[in-house]
Structures are given as structure tokens and as C-alpha cells.
Design a protein around this ligand. Structure first.
Ligand code: ADP
Ligand code: MG
Length: 335
């Protein structure tokens, strides 16, 4: 059997079962953005790990090393944020091809250190090896969370509003700029920066963690089309997403027009935006949105609704049903 027949998530499901049973009391393992381990009487440890592989996640010759150092940590901080937690400690494992220069690595660590200091995360260890193939970076991050504030993928309820904390499709637009080697104007530069230097919504995640009206949450790493399915699967529900409501930046709208991109497709299916996708009790929605806007000076945008139709994902545009041309990112899917 080929991995392509299973896909990334089919593969994880294939081995996960035995590792999810007989866990110590209160421990949650495979299946959410982080593992959850009881810590003190009313707090839990969160643990997550994410890997970036040259030529899969980044092109070494076209990625500033400082940005890659930042991004390697940011994608992990985003998983802690997705639970509502506060990141605390990190471990870095790195496999380095002989051709990589020390100055390149110095710049990588400057990026990593800058973000770690900004988020008050301390690097406590890791591992270093040579790599006969690509550069491989794996970071694991630990975090803390009051147990009552944990936001699981399994907590969505029919009728909940589906919201996002930021604009969608920018990182995907940036990838197009990079791969198509487009002429750089202001918009292209903005999108490329969103691809190279995603901002994990750490403050937003903690704030949303404190809101009882927020039910399920995850971070958008593979595009909402892929990521909403994780909530649907774990919460045994469906969703309706209105494509017209997906928030898009002025830079993406301008660049899409200039380069004939399908902006809606990019917003729904391209990954790496690393903002948060969450479901909110409908009767509290207005109050949560107003408080979010007051706290972060940005909107918390409603893009759809959770339904009781298990695993049914419907797209609409201004209330008319539509089909998506592509789907969110999954490793092995096009192998
Ligand atoms: P995320 O994108 O939030 O990092 P993924 O979708 O990559 O999460 O993974 C889904 C779940 O499967 C997570 O709980 C993750 O820890 C787990 N997982 C993925 N790969 C492996 C692996 N090789 N071994 C054990 N668990 C894994
Ligand atoms: Mg995640």
C-alpha cells in the first residue's frame, strides 16, 4: 500500500489507536494540537512538536535564515496558543547538511532567540546531527494552562459560530510569489513576509482560553478546509462555511487581481496562516467579538456555523451552495 492511499491523517489514524488507550488518568495524547498532562491541582502541561523539512516546508536558498529560525518556533507556539495556553520552554533538534555555512546557522539562531525572548520561552536543550539530505528542524515546546481553560478540538457544539482571529490566504499568496518568482511590489513583499514570518496568536489564544463561550479551538496550519475537518471529526459535527466571509488582506486582494489568483480558494485551502479557528456559543458571540476587538484592535470574524450533520462540510457564497476546486494541505496526498 502507498502512503498516498492513506494520506497524512489516515496514516496517523492507522497507528494512533493503541497509543490513545490506557493513558494515565487525565492525560490526553494524539489527536489535538498539543498533548495534555496534568501538572498541579488546577493546571496542565501542554506539549507539542513540529518539524520543518527543506524542500517540503521551505526552500533554503530562498528563505532568509533569521526568518526560518523564527518560523520554526512560531509554528509550535501556535499549537500552544490553539489550546489557550502559555508557552514556557523549548527543545530544538536539527539535522544539518554539510553545505550549510556557520553564518547561515548564526542568523537562524538570531531569529529563534529573538522570538523566544519576545515570548519569554527558554530553549532548554535539543539534539544536533549531520544530515546526508535536507536540512531538518524540529522544535518541541512546552506550555502551561489552567485546566479549566483548555480548548479542545472535540468541544464544538451544533449551532456554534465558527470564527477566525486573522486574515486567511496571505501565507499561501506569499508562497505563490516565491515559487513564481514574481516581481516584488508592496503587496507581494507583504505576502512573502506572511509566508516567511507567520505570527503565532499567543496572546489571542490565552485570551480566548479565558472565555467560557469559546468551545473548540485549533490553529490554521493546513488551511481552514483541512483544519475545520479536525474539529468536525473530533466533535462529531458538521460545518457550513461561507466563502464570501473569509477575511482577506488588502495585499492579497490586490495581488490576486494582478496575478489572476483565485483569492477565495487561497483563503480556504492554503496553509501556514497560523491564526486560530474557534467555535463560539451563538448567544455570546456578539459580546466575545466586541471584547476581542477592544482587546486586540482587530476583528474576530465569523465565517460559518457548526451543524449536527456529522462530517458534512458545506460551502456557501452569500447563502448559495458552492464546491471548492481544491482542498487543504495534506502530506502524501499528491505523492
Ligand atoms: P498540528 O498540525 O496541530 O501540529 P497534526 O495535524 O500535525 O497537528 O497532527 C495531528 C495529531 O497527530 C497531533 O495530536 C499530533 O501530535 C499527532 N501526530 C502526528 N504525527 C505523529 C507521529 N508521528 N507520532 C505520534 N503522534 C503524531
Ligand atoms: Mg495545530
Amino acid at each position: 500500500m502507498k502512503l498516498a492511499d492513506l494520506g497524512e491523517f489516515g496514516f496517523i489514524r492507522r497507528f494512533a489507536g493503541p497509543f490513545q488507550t490506557h493513558l494515565p488518568s487525565g492525560v490526553t495524547g494524539i489527536g489535538d494540537d498539543c498533548a495534555i498532562i496534568p501538572w498541579t491541582a488546577d493546571t496542565c502541561q501542554l506539549v507539542t512538536t513540529d518539524m520543518l523539512v527543506e524542500d517540503v516546508h521551505f526552500l533554503r536558498q530562498r528563505t532568509p535564515p533569521q526568518a526560518l529560525g523564527e518560523k520554526s518556533l512560531a509554528v509550535n507556539l501556535s499549537d500552544i496558543a490553539a489550546m489557550g495556553g502559555k508557552p514556557t520552554h523549548a527543545f530544538l533538534s536539527i539535522g544539518i547538511p554539510a553545505a550549510v555555512e556557520v553564518e547561515w546557522l548564526d542568523a537562524f539562531f538570531t531569529g529563534l532567540r529573538t522570538l523566544a525572548e519576545h515570548e519569554q520561552v527558554s530553549l532548554l536543550g535539543g539534539d544536533t546531527t549531520s544530515s546526508p539530505g535536507p536540512l531538518i528542524v524540529n522544535i518541541a515546546v512546552l506550555g502551561l494552562i489552567p485546566s479549566k481553560q483548555i480548548k479542545r478540538r472535540s468541544a464544538a457544539r451544533p449551532g456554534d459560530s465558527v470564527c477566525v482571529t486573522g486574515e486567511l490566504g496571505d501565507a499561501g499568496g506569499g508562497l505563490r510569489v516565491l515559487l513564481d518568482a514574481l516581481t516584488m511590489g508592496e503587496d507581494e513583499r507583504y505576502l512573502l513576509d506572511r509566508q516567511h514570518r507567520p505570527q503565532a496568536h499567543v496572546q489571542e489564544g490565552q485570551w480566548l482560553g479565558e472565555q467560557p463561550a469559546v468551545h473548540a479551538m485549533l490553529d490554521i496550519s493546513d488551511g481552514i478546509d483541512a483544519d475545520i475537518r479536525h474539529i468536525m471529526e473530533q466533535s462529531a459535527c458538521g460545518a457550513i462555511i461561507d466563502l464570501a466571509r473569509l477575511p482577506r488582506s488588502p495585499a492579497l486582494l490586490n495581488a490576486a487581481q494582478r496575478h489572476q489568483w483565485d483569492c477565495e480558494q487561497l483563503a480556504a485551502t492554503s496553509g501556514e496562516d497560523y491564526c486560530l479557528l474557534l467555535t463560539v456559543a451563538p448567544d455570546q458571540l456578539r459580546a466575545v467579538q466586541a471584547a476581542f476587538q477592544a482587546r486586540f484592535a482587530r476583528p474576530l470574524t465569523t465565517i460559518g456555523t457548526i451543524t449536527d450533520q456529522a462530517m458534512q462540510l458545506l460551502y456557501t457564497r452569500n447563502d448559495q451552495p458552492v464546491q471548492l476546486q481544491q482542498h487543504g494541505f495534506e502530506h502524501f496526498a499528491d505523492a
